[in-house]
Design a protein around this ligand. Sequence first.
Ligand SMILES: Cc1cc2nc3c(=O)[nH]c(=O)nc-3n(C[C@H](O)[C@H](O)[C@H](O)COP(=O)(O)OP(=O)(O)OC[C@H]3O[C@@H](n4cnc5c(N)ncnc54)[C@H](O)[C@@H]3O)c2cc1C
Length: 409
Amino acid sequence: MPPKPFANAPGDHAALRPSGPSPEGATQVCILGGGFGGLYCALALHQRLGKASRLRITLVEPRDRFNFTPLLYELLTHELAPWEIAPAYRDLLRHTAVDLRQDWAEHIDLAQQTVILRHGEPITYDYLVVALGSQMRPPATPGSQTHTLPFNTLQDAEQLERRLGELDHLPKVRVVVAGAGPSGVELACKLSDRLSSRGHVTIVDRRGEILRSYPERVQRAAARALAKRGVEVYLNAAITAVEDSGLTFRYEDKTRHCQAELMLWTVGTVPRSWLGKNDLKQTAFGQCQVEPTLQLPNHNNVFVLGDMAAMPAPKRDRAPTTAQAAYQAGPAVAQNVLALIANRPLKPFVYNHLGDMLTLGQGEAVVCGFGLCITGQLGGLSRRWAYWLRLPTHTHRWRVLKHWLGFKP
Ligand SMILES: Cc1cc2nc3c(=O)[nH]c(=O)nc-3n(C[C@H](O)[C@H](O)[C@H](O)COP(=O)(O)OP(=O)(O)OC[C@H]3O[C@@H](n4cnc5c(N)ncnc54)[C@H](O)[C@@H]3O)c2cc1C
């Protein structure tokens, strides 16, 4: 089925902006996943077209709240409130032309241009945007799933908060974090600050360095932050088993057991699989191969972006699987969907690496970019403002700003 042609649309978005509600037979854009790629694509489409558009935008997302993942750690030190970093979709999408379907997409039928949902009616689309993100790497270490906590979503942060509450009565709390990537390092620093002198935090990683894919100066700043907090770091250490009482790992040819009351698993994620017959081209990492315009090869009306897609990037193999990349791709896809509808040429997506930011404890961070590297409290402030600018919608940003300035939100 070819995409529905858009009457009188060539070259201009004005044809998409008649007054009044969307009539039946309106062009359907369906977006799967309301994360950094999907939500920001939906908001960009709305922003370009306004509310009274003949384009019907449907966002399918099972959660009720958007998760601004880079700021999740701030919940552990109570520096930010859940509503600030996880605003409800119904608030973000109020007064927009985006129709939210709180549901799971289960199957994409490319031939029929239909998405099957777990609970609701199927959606027939003219244009499809797929941004389902990543999921935890399937656990290969015995006991890891039962005895450790993940840290990927607001729910995970809430679960960790409950666990910390249960440990409140203990004079000492031993924490082990599996994985020395960004999540492991950021969690270790925040938990160290949260638990203060009651806490003893250990990181274990099978690789030989922390923050493997980060520039050296970020690694150095992180190493200093971990050392300052007395976090013990075991590198080249392969975890062999996880039990209720702690975890076992091989280190310098010896088997060691690290006792812990709290264990966190941050050993990486994998892209979510395509929802349907999988004859699509994929990379070894499991991402969909996409055209430079982020279209699916041979399916011009389907776009894939964010963690799920091997998005092009200058001087790199592909764009990193980060919020930064998905956040840039969302509006770029919105622009290309509109260009396709209006018969205009599409633009290739150009990922622009703006730098690296990591929180390194309460109020502290490292921010590196454009030849500069700021650390400590100043780094913390810079990171906070950089993320504030990227929070979704003016209304939400304004609410958060008022709160930070001491007014009632
Ligand atoms: C704790 C944590 C901290 C992070 N910190 C940073 C950071 O500091 N900087 C940075 O750049 N990146 C960071 N990231 C990575 C960043 O979150 C991801 O790269 C980014 O969210 C990817 O965007 P996306 O749109 O591809 O996927 P996501 O933002 O993950 O969105 C995917 C959405 O799809 C929904 N979904 C999943 N399956 C279905 C389905 N079947 N049907 C419908 N919807 C579905 C999910 O609920 C989710 O809302 C962090 C990640 C985590 C977990």
